[in-house]
Design a binder for this molecule. Sequence first.
Ligand SMILES: C[S@@+](CC[C@H](N)C(=O)[O-])C[C@H]1O[C@@H](n2cnc3c(N)ncnc32)[C@H](O)[C@@H]1O
Length: 430
Amino acid sequence: MHGQITQLPDDIQRRVSALAERLQMSEDELVRSLLEDALEFADPQDVEPEMTRLLFPETEVTDATPMTKPETTLPFSFIDLFSGIGGLRLGLESVGGRCVFSCENDRFAQKTYESWFGENPAGDVTEISACGDIPDHDLLAAGFPCQPFSIAGVSKKNSLGRAHGFRDRTQGTLFFHLCEIIDRKQPPTLLLENVKNLKSHDRGRTWSTIEGTLQELGYEVFNRIIDAADYVPQHRERIFIVGFRRDVFGEAPPFAFPTPPETPRPKLHQILQAEVEDRYTLSDKLWQYLQDYAEKHRRKGNGFGCTVAKLGGTTRTLSARYHKDGSEILIPQGDGKNPRRLTPLEAGRLMGFPEDLAGPGQVVSDTQAYRQFGNAVVPAVIKAVAQQIVTVMRAAVVAKSANGCVLKSGSGERRNLDIVTKRLAQRKPR
Ligand SMILES: C[S@@+](CC[C@H](N)C(=O)[O-])C[C@H]1O[C@@H](n2cnc3c(N)ncnc32)[C@H](O)[C@@H]1O
């Protein structure tokens, strides 16, 4: 028995009707003849260009299909320090980057990273910074943990009138080890990421140490707090620090952070699973506890507590402690049910990780998966920033060549064409 197509999507229906009218055929006849033609020209090589143009005339295709902007890419190498599960790596790879080294000391994050990227990251950064096993690279990427800097030691040295460089200011911190690597490898570009309040931490002194140190190491430094809510349905403000070596890019590299995309912000409901197991629903006891806790803090006048998210909006920031009670992002459920947590797959989607990695790619417990996503960066934000870095790198590559031709060879000697021609004429045919 032949089935019947009774409902076509509106835009296809409109085009079929318009074409049938133009060709003075019934819609049924038109569709049947197009299908017959399509079967006859089953080999795509044989399809006459006319055929495809006929169904979707060029003007309509152009109107309905906006041109996508060409991606800004460059084949560059990078290293991924404090790599976590590779949020920076995914963003950098999407603009042409090739990872040549990674480092992460948490064994569960290492397990996920190895499963996703086929590479087991080196361990503790404090051990690798002293030895020479990091290959050369174009860009150093690091989402370094923020540790308090020991300013007390500096003040004492100040009062003794002794000079101090970045070694004295930061010795003992992970940032110091990062700087050791930067100083030794001198990568042309840096992309660092950290929590939003890095700038206000310790009344601004932490930030001025970081910025001053990078400048001292030879970099022009740019920074911007970016909210990932333009890319995923989650408010996630992070500071992004970009550095360009002055001896490569000059004193004023033409860098600008990306402007937010013009498309509407994604909504929470777009990343939720249709069916979720009951184990993600909060127990009566936990739900009551969270409500009481929130109420207690409301009375004290502060905003701590749990948040039931709006399905048509943006969630709060997913934290590394989400696995404990899920309190910052609870999903409302119908039928009088208590709210539920996000599943690990939804947490991965909320961070913008690819579906195959966040879902079937989960190789650790739910607890570890939440922690890893809560610690990560949103790859789409990295991609947007990296495209801007790549623009500057491309311009520098082209500018390095005298005539704008990046593959021009060096100063090869010129040949005497008369001699070349004579020699060729003397050659015996093979
Ligand atoms: C803020 S997270 C970075 C997350 C990463 N950007 C991502 O997208 O998954 C910082 C990472 O540094 C790692 N870490 C902390 N101390 C370290 C050390 N001494 N050596 C190597 N990694 C370290 C932590 O385990 C954590 O995964």
